[in-house]
Design a protein around this ligand. Structure first.
Ligand code: AHR
Length: 494
């Protein structure tokens, strides 16, 4: 099989935010996973776990969505500010019915993002919150002058406004966010977003409209019909800058989704097939968006995606704690390749969720932490962040290919090629052929393993990223064998 690369064909910048993450007050994501509190024996800075923060910085985490998810539409932000011992406790009704002490709130979130060096993405409450509550939150976070909310923030110890990069107006309002019809949400969206004020004209908040569940194209069409065609005078993009889509991958088996680690070859194939469905989803939602927004001014924001399996045996079903195998790694690699190839429309994507929930990059247990196979994929693919997508295609011989690719070129002229092979048994001979480039300084990396190989706290290096040297340099490319069940990355200079 040949992979043709036209390094002269530039197709637009891959937004770094495509490599974004999602953190919700769910199970052990925030508490335990990211935040342990300042008095914890686990090493921390201002309560944030230092090991986890360091690991996330290594993958250049570009943006972190918070506080949910379903949690967002029952979160009342004022309960999470002020002296910690006076913060109201709350019951997390969506996720396990646990009582939370609100010790992680707005100030802690911005502190976490500061430590991570990433952009901020806060999701507001439309389902059970008021317009006033949402508008005051934005004022609290972003207004620098004298005002009731800015004064309250200062009183709580933060003099300067924070930089709020993205704001979501509700989450899954077709379901846990209020069970609304698309018309109803669209009308509410128009109203709520009006009060997401831009206090800094030089760095406006990017407003995200709550979008569809997977293939609900009617939702996309209705909200765009109501909310895009009527540009607000203050915004070049009408009432929104982005529209979200959520898509999870799991094998449906009645009530169950299937084990994260004990699965058959059929389940592997079904999972991968569903993951590759992302391509059609982007194309079809994108086609609707093109009708309203042919210049692609608004971004498709896939702010929840990933594998959703059954929880680990013996864990709280409401905590969505699952292990992460080579299958998850291949799903991540293939999905990220799809996002890269659609970077003209996809402007952000957040894998669900960052730590200890669903398809995490990091798992923790007490003071221990492990990096999942999915983490290593994000580590290899980070080279695409902010690089320019370039033309590439696989010339297939024979049957449907099990290989996916995407290729970019960075500011230093180095090409990054990422590849996945989801075949369970078959390796593939692959020859990379450039239009003109004579490759030099080539480095290869690979994540591979048995289909259900995974890392444990006792054996955290069962699946890791390794250097790959078994390639032959050729005049205008290189050739090698891509093993089954693998994700690869090449860096190619000239
Ligand atoms: O990520 C878990 C949940 O999945 C989120 O809270 C919700 O938005 C989605 O249904």
């Amino acid at each position: 099989m040949k992979l043709h690369i036209n390094e002269n064909q530039k197709k637009g910048v891959i937004a770094p935010e495509i490599y974004g993450h999602f953190s919700e007050h769910l199970g052990r994501c925030i508490y335990d996973g990211l935040y342990v509190g300042e008095t914890s024996e686990i090493p921390n800075e201002k309560g944030m776990r230092s090991d986890v923060v360091e690991a996330l910085k290594e993958i250049n985490i570009p943006v972190l969505r918070w506080p949910g998810g379903c949690f967002a539409d029952e979160y009342h932000w004022k309960d999470g500010i002020g002296p910690k011992d006076q913060r109201k406790k709350m019951v997390n009704t969506h996720w396990g019915g646990t009582t939370e002490d609100n010790s992680f709130g707005t100030h802690e979130y911005f502190e976490l993002c500061r430590q991570l060096g990433c952009k901020t993405y806060v999701c507001g409450n439309v389902g059970s919150g008021s317009v006033q509550e949402m508008s005051e939150w934005v004022e609290y976070m972003t207004f620098d002058g004298v005002s009731p909310m800015a004064d309250l923030r200062k009183q709580n110890g933060h003099e300067q406004a924070w930089k709020l990069d993205y704001f979501g107006v509700g989450n899954e309002n077709w379901g846990c966010g209020g069970n609304m019809t698309p018309d109803h949400y669209a009308h509410l969206y128009r109203r709520y977003q009006t009060y997401v004020r831009n206090y800094h004209k030089d760095r406006p908040v990017f407003k995200i409209c709550g979008g569809a569940d997977a293939a609900d194209y009617e939702w996309t069409d209705t909200v765009l019909h109501e909310c895009f065609r009527n540009p607000a005078p203050e915004s070049a993009h009408g009432f929104m800058d982005g529209l979200s889509v959520h898509y999870y991958v799991g094998v449906e088996k009645g009530e169950h989704k299937g084990s994260a680690t004990q699965f058959s070859e059929e389940e592997w194939n079904a999972t991968l097939k569903r993951a590759l469905g992302m391509e059609e989803l982007i194309r079809r939602h994108g086609a609707i968006m093109d009708q309203y927004d042919p210049d692609k001014k608004i971004g498709m924001i896939i702010d929840e995606w990933g594998c959703w399996h059954d929880v680990e045996v013996g864990t709280n079903p409401g905590f969505l704690y699952q292990q992460n195998t080579m299958r998850d790694a291949v799903v991540a690699g293939a999905t990220l390749n799809i996002f890269n190839k659609h970077c003209d429309r996809v402007k952000m994507a957040c894998i669900a969720q960052i730590v200890n929930v669903l398809q995490s990059v990091v798992l923790t247990e007490g003071s221990r932490m492990l990096l999942t196979p999915t983490y290593h994929v994000f580590h290899m693919y980070k080279r695409h962040q902010g690089a320019e997508l370039i033309g590439s295609y696989l010339e297939e011989e024979g049957n449907d290919s099990s290989v996916q690719e995407s290729v970019s070129i960075d500011r230093d002229g180095v090409v990054t090629v990422t590849l996945t092979n989801y075949s369970l048994q078959e390796s593939q001979d692959l020859q990379i052929v450039f239009e003109e480039r004579k490759p030099a300084d080539v480095k290869g990396y690979i994540v591979q393993g048995a289909m259900n190989a995974y890392n444990t706290f006792d054996q955290p290096e069962n699946v890791v990223e390794e250097e790959f040297t078994e390639f032959t340099l050729e005049d205008r490319g290189l050739s090698f064998v891509i093993p089954p069940r693998s994700v690869m990355m090449f860096r190619i200079g000239e």
